[in-house]
Ligand binder design. Structure first.
Ligand code: FES
Length: 119
């Protein structure tokens, strides 16, 4: 099982292929935001990947990051835990002023069909 290290929080074994947003919530117990429910639209699920960043990216994530002018972050709803990774949780409910983290992301990547492209 891949190891997920969350800076300042701990290390966690994660089922291979699990969406990072769900691993942050369920394994690491992080109050990770995911306002659009894991559909690559809101960017509140953004994380800083310190090590082990996947070199592929979904076309949906790439389009959204480019549209918002975001660099050096990844959308945790669009990243699968298929290798060891170290991340910093930079978009959390605490301090956000929001009332909740957002609707629950599905276990499967959204939007479907997923098109993987080079980062
Ligand atoms: S972009 Fe909205 S939850 Fe990932």
């Amino acid at each position: 099982m891949p190891k997920l290290t969350v800076d300042g929080i701990g290390e966690f074994e994660v089922p291979a292929g699990k969406r990072l947003v769900l691993a942050l919530k369920e394994e690491a117990n992080v109050d990770q935001l995911h306002a659009c429910g894991g559909n690559a639209r809101c960017t509140t699920c953004r994380v800083d990947i310190i090590a082990g960043e996947p070199q592929t990216i979904s076309a949906a994530e790439k389009t959204t990051l480019e549209a918002r002018g975001l660099t050096d972050v990844r959308l945790s709803c669009q990243v699968l835990c298929d290798q060891d990774m170290t991340v910093k949780a930079i978009s959390r409910l605490e301090g956000s002023g929001r009332s909740d983290c957002g609707s629950d992301p599905t276990p499967e990547m959204q939007p479907q069909p997923v098109e993987w492209v080079e980062k």
